[in-house]
Ligand binder design. Structure first.
Ligand SMILES: *[C@@H]1O[C@H](CO)[C@@H](O)[C@H](O)[C@H]1NC(C)=O
Ligand SMILES: *[C@@H]1O[C@H](CO)[C@@H](O)[C@H](O)[C@H]1NC(C)=O
Length: 468
């Protein structure tokens, strides 16, 4: 009787926790990836499609309509956002649709719907294009739309244009968000009208990294990386922001609302964080990139909307799939990728709801027992080189104390006592805690003093536990 009772209870808990997870995730947003190709060493498009499939990614964004790429996505089930490049805007904006008709005939119709083209980005960050293509933008969008209508595909393909955050005059506090006055009448209002009339959405490229890197004295790294922090309250409406990303998104919503567009939706077509940068690109590092992208994915897939639009799911395209070696500019530009060209991960983060279920930091013990964690492959947790002594010390105390990690090996005489440095002992303790918690990504944070690595730490003769 007693045994039956326990079985019944655990089946109940299993169902209950599955249902909870299901319902939490059902209103959630989506994660896609930008597949940029400014490189001479990338895998072939069919290999890339395989890579995306193994990662569980179902949405990509391209920067053109390359036929090899579009053919590779045929029948893949992956939705694709394509682009009409800035160089073609003036032609597309002509007084008639001859150009856009033939563009749609040769760049969309041969592929769609076997290749599921979901949207066309007409231009990219047009307002900051040095060639002053802004006046062509809305006429080009209208012509592309007219051509889609002509060929009967306008209902399945949206048209928009990615806007950089620099289009905002004001973004802090979020409620004061407004567009630059010189853009409003010529292009912002006509574009938002077009988006509204065609049931499309605003595409926004948002990089908290830039704001953080330029304002490290006033913006905390934890706030920029979605880590636990006290947040920032918007004094105008009392809304509390726990991340810079959400504050930036709401500044755009506020800027649209200020022009009377309360109902135009938004897709974040680019966001990311570089794993490497030049000396002056403060904040660029693999551990920060892993924290930003990993926490962003968790936020998007589990967390509902923003404070200003709590019911609007966040739909986000990470930038980018690969490190792109031929991008000009500072070092960071070539180091936004989640993957190296050889398809190895630059760092380990979950990208899907399935990945999060195995890595959720909020599961209580019962749920962990009811739902064996997914095997995530071998990863380890190590202390950051940049973490201060105090954080490392506190982290060790927590991991080996309350956290219940096995720290016997770093006691005097233990197999991992040497080298006897705070940093080494912290790495051992953090990893021990991380493994004990089934390598859930939340278990390797320690206030930002730790990060996940995919190669076994080589530290003296000591062996770090790897879990099962
Ligand atoms: C469309 O416009 C282009 C460029 O302005 C022009 O060369 C072409 O003759 C026009 N086509 C039609 C059908 O009016
Ligand atoms: C999160 O941050 C708040 C405010 O900084 C702090 O009071 C709280 O203890 C932190 N929680 C955790 C779990 O670290």
């Amino acid at each position: 009787m007693e045994i039956l009772h326990i079985h019944f209870l655990s089946v109940f808990l299993f169902l209950f926790s599955s249902i909870c997870i299901q319902s939490v995730f059902s209103d959630s947003g989506s994660i896609g990836i930008n597949y940029g190709r400014v490189a001479d060493n990338l895998p072939s498009p069919p290999q890339v499609v395989q890579l995306l499939k193994t990662q569980g990614i179902t949405k990509v964004k391209l920067y053109d309509t390359d036929s090899t790429v579009l053919n590779a996505f045929s029948g893949s089930g992956i939705s694709v956002t394509v682009a009409l490049p800035n160089e073609q805007l003036s032609a597309a904006a002509a007084a008639n649709t001859s150009f856009t008709d033939s563009w749609v005939q040769s760049n969309i119709l041969p592929y769609h719907p076997n290749t599921k083209i979901e949207a066309i980005a007409v231009g990219n960050e047009v307002f900051v294009d040095p060639k002053n293509t802004t006046p062509f933008l809305v006429p080009a969008m209208k012509n592309v739309y007219a051509s889609l209508v002509k060929y009967g595909v306008a209902s399945s393909i949206k048209i928009s244009s990615p806007v950089a955050l620099s289009a905002l005059q004001s973004s802090y506090p979020s409620s004061s968000g407004s567009f630059k006055p010189d853009l409003i009448e010529p292009v912002i209002k006509p574009m938002l009208n077009f988006l509204k009339e065609t049931g499309s959405y605003l595409m926004v490229n948002a990089y908290p990294f830039f704001a953080y890197s330029a304002n490290t004295d006033t913006i905390s790294l934890d706030y920029a990386l979605f880590r636990n922090n006290s947040g920032s309250k918007d004094a105008n409406n009392g809304l509390l922001y726990k991340s810079l990303f959400e504050a930036q998104i709401d500044a755009v919503y506020a800027a649209m609302a200020a022009l009377g567009f309360n109902d135009v939706k938004m897709v974040v077509t680019e966001t990311g964080w570089p794993s490497k940068g030049d000396e002056n690109e403060v904040g660029s590092s693999a551990e920060n990139a892993a924290a930003y992208n990993g926490n962003l994915v968790r936020r998007v897939l589990t967390g509902g909307g923003t404070p200003l639009r709590p019911d609007e799911p966040l739909n986000v395209y990470l930038f980018a799939l690969f490190n792109e070696n031929q991008k000009p500019g500072p070092t960071s530009e070539r180091n936004y990728g989640l993957f190296y060209p050889n398809q190895q991960k630059v760092y380990e983060i979950p990208l899907t709801v399935e990945g999060l279920k195995g890595a959720s930091p909020t599961m209580d013990e019962t749920e962990v027992m009811a739902q064996p964690p997914r095997k995530l492959g071998q990863t380890w947790c190590v202390a950051s080189e940049k973490a201060g002594e105090e954080k490392l010390q506190k982290g060790i105390e927590y991991a080996c104390g309350e956290g219940g990690a096995d720290c016997r090996a770093i006691q005097p005489g233990g197999t991992c006592y040497n080298p006897s440095t705070l940093h080494f002992h912290a790495s051992y303790a953090f990893n021990s805690f991380y493994q004990k918690n089934f390598r859930q990504s939340g278990a390797c944070d320690f206030g930002g003093a730790a990060y996940v690595v995919t190669h076994p730490p080589r530290l003296g003769s000591c062996e770090f536990p790897t879990g099962n």
